[in-house]
Design a protein around this ligand. Structure first.
Ligand code: NDP
Length: 250
């Protein structure tokens, strides 16, 4: 019987002994995913740019019963250079020797203007944080992902990264490119054990959503905890053999 990723129910201890890095784990979907994966037994590396917010998530995980103690990795994706990425990869190699899961979740929306008015500096910034930083991080972490028995990379997309929509500018373009990056990487590893997939979480009640749709009825939106099923599916062993796919949370 095939599994429907949107409806996936994670068994307890699904991620036991797995080491999983979540970018943008300080808030929103990344925070919810970090907490849930820790509950399921993963040792989570909490990535973000704001130490205080990351420490709060760290404390929440430590307070959970039986969750492995997480780690914190502070890198501002807007400004980090290759030295920062390499030193993270070296640290993880030294401490764990492998990485089982990598979730590229951090992103910014940037300006929502027509292409005719879109500011070029803002354009570069959005593409850098949402796309180029994920490329750079993936590249340095691939060697330790190859050391894992069942490695999985997840990129985060959006509905505007599948069908272009007016005024979504660099954000939409960065998500289209993210889908492309995931497909290219998946194809490069089609004969190996590494799986690479994209998830569109759909409209979710987070700071990003509130910033872009301030007037909408928040009560109608799913919370970050309610969109995690396909992430858990892809991070655990039930998704072995699933690669190059674009999944939806809702
Ligand atoms: P949030 O704005 O709630 O969280 C974004 C996370 O990314 C935060 O942890 C934020 O850190 C981090 N981040 C942003 N910029 C940087 C940076 N320069 N360096 C390091 N970390 C950074 O967003 P969501 O949880 O809503 O979004 C998560 C993902 O889901 C994104 O990829 C988004 O595009 C996608 N998505 C979300 C939808 C939604 O409706 N919410 C719909 C479709 C896709 P900090 O806490 O410091 O700001």
């Amino acid at each position: 019987m095939s599994i429907e990723p949107q409806l996936y129910v994670a068994p307890p201890e699904l991620l036991r002994d797995r080491i999983i890095l979540v970018t943008g784990a300080s808030d929103g979907i990344g925070r919810a995913l970090a907490l849930r994966t820790a509950k399921l037994g993963a040792q989570v590396i909490l990535h973000g740019r704001n130490v205080k917010k990351l420490e709060k998530v760290y404390d929440e995980i430590v307070a959970l019963e039986h969750a492995p103690r997480p780690s914190i990795a502070v890198i501002d994706l807007a400004t980090a250079n290759s030295v920062a990425y390499e030193s993270l990869a070296d640290k993880l190699a030294e401490e764990f020797g492998r990485l089982d899961g990598l979730v590229h979740n951090a992103a910014i929306v940037g300006d929502r203007f027509a292409i005719a008015q879109y500011d070029a500096v803002q354009w570069q910034r959005v593409l850098h944080v949402n796309l180029t930083a994920a490329f750079a991080l993936t590249q340095v972490l691939l060697p330790i992902m190859q050391q894992a028995a069942d490695p999985s990379i997840i990129f985060t997309s959006s509905s505007v990264g599948r069908i272009g929509r007016a005024f979504w500018g660099a954000y939409a373009v960065s998500k289209f490119a993210t889908e492309g990056l995931a497909q290219v990487l998946a194809d490069e590893h089609r004969d190996g054990k590494l799986r690479v997939n994209c998830i569109n979480p759909g409209a979710t009640r987070t700071a990003m959503r509130l910033e872009t749709f301030p007037a909408e009825d928040k009560g109608l939106l799913k919370g970050p905890d309610e969109v995690l099923a396909p992430y858990l599916f892809l991070l655990g062993p039930d998704s072995k053999g699933t690669s190059g796919q674009s999944l939806n949370s809702q």
